[in-house]
Design a protein around this ligand. Sequence first.
Ligand SMILES: *[C@@H]1O[C@H](CO)[C@@H](O)[C@H](O)[C@H]1NC(C)=O
Ligand SMILES: *[C@@H]1O[C@H](CO)[C@@H](O)[C@H](O)[C@H]1NC(C)=O
Ligand SMILES: *[C@@H]1O[C@H](CO)[C@@H](O)[C@H](O)[C@H]1NC(C)=O
Ligand SMILES: *[C@@H]1O[C@H](CO)[C@@H](O)[C@H](O)[C@H]1NC(C)=O
Ligand SMILES: *[C@@H]1O[C@H](CO)[C@@H](O)[C@H](O)[C@H]1NC(C)=O
Ligand SMILES: *[C@@H]1O[C@H](CO)[C@@H](O)[C@H](O)[C@H]1NC(C)=O
Length: 854
Amino acid sequence: MALCALYAVWAIFVEVAVTFGPVPRITWEHREVQLIHFHESEVSNYSTLLLSEDKDVLYVGAREVIFALNAVNIAEKQHELRWKVTEDKRTKCAVKGKSEQTECRNYVRVLQQLNDTFLYVCGTNAFQPTCDYLNLISFELGGKNEDGKGRCPFDPAQSYTSVMVDEELYSGTSYNFLGSEPIISRNSHQSPLRTEYAIPWLNEPNFVFADVVRADQNSTDGEDDKIYFFFTEVSVEYEFVGKLMIPRIARVCKRDQGGLRTLQKKWTSFLKARLICTIPDKNLIFNIINDVFILKSPTLKEPVIYGVFTPQLNNVGLSAVCAYNLSTVEEVFSKGKYMQSATVEQSHTKWVRYNGEIPNPRPGACINNEARASNYMSSLNLPDKTLQFVKDHPLMDDSVTPMGDRPRLVKRDVKYTQIVVDRVRALNGTIYDVMFISTDQGALHKAISYENGMHIIEETQLFPNFEPVQTLLLSSKKGRRYLYAGSNSGVVQSPVAFCDKYTTCVDCVLARDPYCAWKPLEASCVDIFKESEIERNWIQNIGGDASSCSDKVRENSLQHTFKHGSTAELKCSQKSNLAQVVWKFKDDVLRVESPKYRLLEKALLIFNLSEGDSGVYQCLSEEKVKNKKFSQVLAKHVLELKKVQHTTAGPTVAAAPTEGNSDVPKVSAVSTEGSTTQTSTTQIVPVTTARITKPIGPVLTSAASNTELFNSIPDAVPEKTMFLKSNDNFLLMFLFLFFFILFLCLLSYNCYKGYLPGQCLKFRSVMLLGKKKTKSDFSDCEQSVKETLVEQGSISHQSGEQPKPAHDTGYETEPDCGNGQLQPGDVLAPREAKDKPFDVKCELKYADSDVEGD
Ligand SMILES: *[C@@H]1O[C@H](CO)[C@@H](O)[C@H](O)[C@H]1NC(C)=O
Ligand SMILES: *[C@@H]1O[C@H](CO)[C@@H](O)[C@H](O)[C@H]1NC(C)=O
Ligand SMILES: *[C@@H]1O[C@H](CO)[C@@H](O)[C@H](O)[C@H]1NC(C)=O
Ligand SMILES: *[C@@H]1O[C@H](CO)[C@@H](O)[C@H](O)[C@H]1NC(C)=O
Ligand SMILES: *[C@@H]1O[C@H](CO)[C@@H](O)[C@H](O)[C@H]1NC(C)=O
Ligand SMILES: *[C@@H]1O[C@H](CO)[C@@H](O)[C@H](O)[C@H]1NC(C)=O
């Protein structure tokens, strides 16, 4: 059983070596796109953003300052408010051992719209969190200086989340100076509520997001509005070597009033469940949640929850996006089983499924018409039995599974930090959820899911200094769609699409961007949401079929003259990372692998020019979408032999190879400046041209191997070096030791079990005989980790001695649970793991401790 947990980690390490994820089609460098920046000198940590869509104002909470910016152009500052810590408080904070220059400042953490004229704002205020009312007309604080305990963290480094619902602030943060007491609370004059301070309720949580989902106005069941919290916390239900983190969703009901005796001033509706984001067939578990976006749209039957995840031991940088139906979540809370703790051997607590009788009304349920019909008008009327139960059982046994049972997107070599989702109707009426996902390197990925696969339309470098994006907001007002990103150094405003960057129809369509369409008459690629009306002849195809494009062939080629023996540099670059460059000479595909040529990222070099090299060179970009290949001519160069000895060559000078006429300056043929890709001649070439023989550099190499969407890639051969490279030494040492010990354990244990022949039999014969266990697959294994009793430290026992059977506790026991096959990774799993099953001990299954006598 402990091995199961070990196996889980093992799987994480083994499987990450597999290649994942689509390559962004276009990469926009920071200087290539027009973004609007805002930052002020001496101000840092622009980490809290609030958008007022009706007023077109973006509020920014930074360190000791609050700004109001024009949301249409954030470079335009409308107001600024300094909110400093007093000298006295700073000194006191420094005395407590905090850094006076950094920590003992006021970091704005809560920025919420209270009503039309006021914002509710809170700051850490040198470890004395304070809240106040910001008057939006005068842009001044009310001076109320409310105690911000439980609404805002003490420490700026601690996690926090908040949401304002009907003028009441709901927040998840920590309640004390040390940050050791986590809390989810409602700040309200009538009925402030909070979580119980107990491990089953919150166990070292890291809060990431909170939002409200309103009850369906049309439904007749009188359901309540619900507030959802998302966080990662330390697991109580899984046995693990270290701390195993678990992503959670928790919810409370808006009309919760707390209990009368039990749970007085505490939530009576607090329930939480595990969010699952895994790739079952790869045994990849994404158990850290970084951000959430709840997509609510009139065109949606129910809200969809999008979350970005990373694995706990993320040494190669894997990230995933999982999406959940709200109904799946509600099903777990309203119909799922609860978990309960059972004390074993005096001190050790184990969490198991509760199968006993559940009190009525259902613990943790919101008060709805059904409850009212039974005369439970508010949570204050709820019977003690129900309240005591929910107090002891806030954790659900059932987990929330993602839509489609797997992630929407898995990408390696990035760490996703934030997500927002826009719901977009494409020209042909199909609706796409466009995901904007930021990274810890200041970039933004824009992705759509398409026919069960994923397409990353583009990657934009939002921040030039590659710093993590901390906040991401989307404004999806009609005709005004913008993204706002906050980081330590400033705020960036970006349009949702860069359609005008595509200068040909093929480019515009191959972008597969639901925002962009080609206008044939004007020959331009436009953002369809900025146009006043949409015409029928516009071209857009999210499937990437550009065959209805008829780009004109413009015959402007670049002339070059050259000398014998010199080197020519012909420029040609293409933007698409999914395309390959093909060079043609006199209409034949050039064999660029010959030593006469060298293909650079943005040019072709031709060495030792001679008579035979004069002629027309064409640079083509070939992009394959679903077995259709689209080619466009990006550049055309004409080389001509020059008879005159001394030449005043073109603007760029290329060095000739060392041999040749040493007395003549080796200056010569050249490319023309400004031969940018898209402005050159363009034409559609039907799919016939020969295959490119050599990829052009690392970008395209990886593009080629990754073009397919991740779930269609079977098992790419993993690169071991990638795995090792990105480690720091400490982790490497740890890993090595860990696996070495694991290996020893397995070896001796398997030997003892009789799975290994040879000398080990001798050793084994010394030991007592044990009964063989059947193999078990991972889900059984997981189940057994969850449900079986285990003592801490039993890992070490596994190695030599007989595994101690759990002592008789009087609980129900079941025989073997195994039936599946153990699948220890695909490629890298060691032979032992492959040939000899792990011994998954599943024979003990505990029913519930007290209730129900079965
Ligand atoms: C907004 O809230 C503040 C503080 O509670 C209150 O004083 C003010 O009257 C409210 N304004 C409106 C327009 O409701
Ligand atoms: C504030 O920003 C600075 C860099 O400007 C960074 O080093 C620091 O960690 C940030 N502090 C917090 C609490 O985010
Ligand atoms: C509620 O019902 C009205 C009229 O029957 C309908 O127009 C509206 O779309 C419904 N709203 C929702 C959220 O289902
Ligand atoms: C999510 O909801 C949609 C529409 O309500 C439904 O079609 C789909 O099957 C649901 N998915 C899951 C995993 O429940
Ligand atoms: C719209 O285009 C997409 C991509 O080509 C296609 O899958 C979808 O079926 C089309 N929708 C309609 C309504 O034609
Ligand atoms: C250059 O080309 C000539 C013939 O055109 C050949 O004789 C000579 O060896 C070549 N030099 C190099 C360095 O390839």
